[in-house]
Ligand binder design. Structure first.
Ligand SMILES: [Fe+2]
Ligand SMILES: [Fe+2]
Length: 236
């Protein structure tokens, strides 16, 4: 495995395979952070109290910030980011929330899944990725924690507790599939070049061990693990 450290200046001296893998990771995040922000934009009205709307607005601002961090880096690397933004990202078209439990569960479940990836990126061989990932990781930890506490509050009342259980069943399979399969050519390449540090299965295992304890804390029932083949399309 490659254990060097690559600066922005040295990037072009790296083999094409490395350059392509880095570009690929950066593009996924430039695009998905923007779409994520646009999803949250629609969910602010679902937040029940002013304090929840305030926190959701702050999260929204941070998600646009994540997009901008990745976009600035890609621009510095000569990528035409405006063109990337126009690409359709079908993955996000189904991200709708019916109620606050749904939105809060998304934060608790999928922002937590994203967080584990950022943990690896803070140790990536490409140093500018570490710089982008470090503040982003801190914010994603905050989003997932706000989601966890909001869901905990909802679980104290029967009606909203049932909504939370339904939301868990909706988002959990996506979180499990989020990491993709281990052993895919793409994921092998990320590991070989030190862009990611854990295999997809290792990340999923780490996710499931902490998430299982959180679901127990809510007093909700974790659904069975989904069939990955049905869900893994984009992840790799
Ligand atoms: Fe984000
Ligand atoms: Fe987030």
């Amino acid at each position: 495995m490659f254990d060097g450290e690559v600066t922005l200046e040295r990037f072009r001296d790296m083999p094409p395979e490395y350059q392509e893998a880095v570009h690929n990771i950066l593009t996924i995040h430039t695009v998905s952070e923007l779409y994520g922000a646009e999803v949250f934009y629609r969910w602010i009205p679902l937040a029940p109290r002013p304090v929840d709307k305030w926190r959701m607005s702050q999260i929204l601002r941070e998600e646009y910030g994540h997009h901008l961090r990745f976009a600035r880096l890609q621009t510095a690397m000569g990528v035409d980011v405006a063109r990337l933004e126009k690409d359709p990202l079908t993955l996000f078209t189904t991200y709708e929330a019916d109620n606050w439990a749904d939105a809060a569960m998304f934060l608790a479940t999928l922002d937590r899944a994203a967080r584990l990836q950022f943990e690896d990126f803070t140790r990536a061989s490409f140093l500018p990725l570490r710089d982008v990932a470090t503040p982003t990781l801190k914010e994603e930890i905050g989003h997932a924690e706000f989601g966890r506490l909001s869901v905990a509050a909802l679980c104290r009342e029967r009606t909203t507790r049932e909504q939370a259980q339904r939301a868990l069943e909706k988002w959990f399979p996506m979180a499990v599939a989020f990491y993709g399969r281990s052993g895919s050519p793409k994921s092998e390449r990320y590991l070989r070049w030190g862009i990611k540090r854990r295999t997809n299965d290792e990340m999923r295992r780490d996710y499931l061990s902490e998430y299982g304890a959180i679901v127990d804390g809510w007093g909700l029932t974790l659904p069975p693990l989904p069939d990955l083949d049905r869900y893994v399309e984009h992840a790799g």
